[in-house]
Write a protein that binds this ligand. Structure first.
Ligand SMILES: *Cc1c(COP(=O)(O)O)cnc(C)c1O
Length: 482
């Protein structure tokens, strides 16, 4: 356990690794940050990375690798077919998860493409705890639809429910009865539910889903991209599992599903993905699509160096000292912000800290994108880059009206083993300062609005000169500090 108790009685996360390669960071002055944000069209996706101090945009493909992963990359066996590197990954997957078949893909969404093409038919339904953007897109593209059956607590910002990612089992049964089992393409569980704040499900809930799938003869598919965090939460929050090892918990979860797919940009701390399959029959139905979309069956679009890193990364994921780092840093950040009265999603999940912009900026209407505005303000206040997850990330309806999101969140992702605690404390300080000065923060308006994926490429402007006022207040309060 890497949470230490201090003499004061407080608990503090303690890094169980040391840093051996570093990358220099820049923290440009606040006036420069304001200018950079203007040039980026007030869209954090359009900032230049060299202008960003703490990049909390995402945890995808940006987690730190270990010395063992780096070393393994040197022994990668470059060959199109029959690579020893691939055999090592295949063996490691069997050892940890116990599936007989594996299909490599270049990242998680490519696994979703193959699964959806094979399993989803026009008019079919995929019940799930919650959708992920790319998952839903692939299901819809193949003529299916998504039914989100998350437990009620999952959509509450403030909660003490330890497993907000749980599926509502009664709703699952009702959904199957209503549509008829023949209409259900498969049932999907997303571990570490991404879009509701990296919230976990319990082992007990997953077992209950298995029982329902057995009753109706349905396939149970797990999206294991965020499994590492979920394993940690099961170990620390589910009483029945507290004496089990991470390996044992992993195997219990894997044994419950027919198919498990993952993005190795998250699970395994490298870049790639794949699908683990229980039966030969299903494996054969999917196999043909790998060479078509990904690459030959022994690399699936991944470089052999990344495959070596994934193999070691998966092995290291079975180490509690490794997987606790993200959740413990996030818990530290969430706890400190709650103590300062800042509205955040609770309890702390995996993935990152999610600020509730709807409450933080309750004077900014949703049509002026409070989460997006808060993202620009935090970059100006501290050089910290987050990701808007609210109305800005939605699409307008066919008549051009705004689709208002259920939640307005500013996500501050916590790439694993990348930041130090003092960097996180700095982010907490700048967020707290912004909260004290929240009345200075105003909304945004589009100056250039693409029709699709507007949050990636769109350009915006502040509705008033509120950002200039924010810069002036920063100078008043912090003097010539960065
Ligand atoms: C990131 C993610 C994906 C997609 O994986 P990519 O490697 O980014 O394509 C799918 N599901 C979940 C839950 C994810 O977090």
């Amino acid at each position: 356990m890497a949470h230490v108790r201090l003499f004061s009685g407080e608990r503090m996360p303690l890094e169980m690794h040391k840093v051996r390669i570093v990358q220099k960071l820049n923290l440009p002055p606040v006036e420069y940050r304001h200018q950079a944000m203007t040039e980026a069209g007030n869209n954090t996706f359009l900032l230049q990375n060299e202008d960003v101090f703490l990049d909390m945009l995402t945890d995808s493909g940006v987690n730190a690798m270990s010395d063992r992963q780096q070393a393994a990359m040197l022994i990668a066996d470059d060959s199109y077919a029959g690579s020893a590197t691939y055999t090592r990954l295949d063996k490691k997957l069997r050892e940890i998860f116990g599936f007989d078949f594996f299909l490599p893909t270049h990242q998680g969404r490519a696994a979703e493409n193959i699964l959806a093409q094979v399993l989803v038919t026009p008019g079919s339904v995929v019940p799930m705890n919650y959708h992920f953007t790319t998952t839903k897109a692939h299901i819809v593209l193949n003529g299916g639809s998504v039914e989100e059956l998350i437990c009620d607590a999952g959509l509450e910002i403030d909660s003490d429910e330890p497993f907000k990612g749980n599926m509502d089992i009664d709703k699952l049964v009702a959904c199957i009865e209503q549509n008829g089992p023949d209409k259900i393409a498969f049932v999907r569980m997303e571990t570490g539910t991404n879009l509701i704040g990296g919230q976990p499900h319990s082992l007990e809930n997953f077992a209950a889903m298995r029982a329902v799938c057995d009753r109706y003869g349905l396939l149970l598919v797990m999206d294991a991209s965020l499994l590492a965090d979920n394993l940690y939460f099961i170990k620390t929050r589910e009483a029945a599992c507290k004496d089990m090892s991470i390996r044992e918990i992993t195997r219990k979860i894997a044994d419950l599903c027919d198919v498990m797919y993952f993005s190795a940009r998250k699970l395994g701390c490298a870049r790639g993905g794949g699908i683990c399959v229980r039966t030969d029959e299903l494996y054969r139905r999917m196999r043909g699509l790998v060479p078509l979309y990904e690459g030959f069956l022994t690399y699936g679009g991944m470089s052999v160096r990344e495959i070596e890193a994934i193999t070691v990364g998966l092995d290291e994921t079975m180490d509690e000292d490794m997987i606790n780092q993200g959740p413990q840093f996030i818990e530290h950040m969430v706890g400190a912000l709650v103590a300062r009265g800042v509205p955040v999603v609770t309890p702390a999940g995996g993935l990152g800290c999610h600020i509730d912009a709807m409450r933080f900026l309750d004077h900014v209407p949703q049509t002026e994108y409070p989460a997006g505005a808060l993202g620009t303000a935090l970059y100006i206040a501290g050089g910290v880059r987050g990701m808007e997850r609210g109305t800005l990330s939605e699409q307008r309806d066919p008549d051009g009206n705004e689709t208002l999101a259920n939640m307005e969140l500013l996500r501050l992702a916590m790439p694993r083993r990348v930041f130090t605690l003092s960097q996180v404390n700095y982010a907490i300080d700048r967020i707290s300062w912004l909260y004290e000065n929240r009345e200075l923060v105003g909304g945004l308006v589009f100056t250039e609005e693409p029709e699709i994926l507007r949050f990636f490429y769109g350009r915006l402007a502040p509705v008033t000169d509120w950002q200039d006022k924010l810069v002036r207040k920063f100078r008043e309060d912090f003097g010539d500090s960065l």
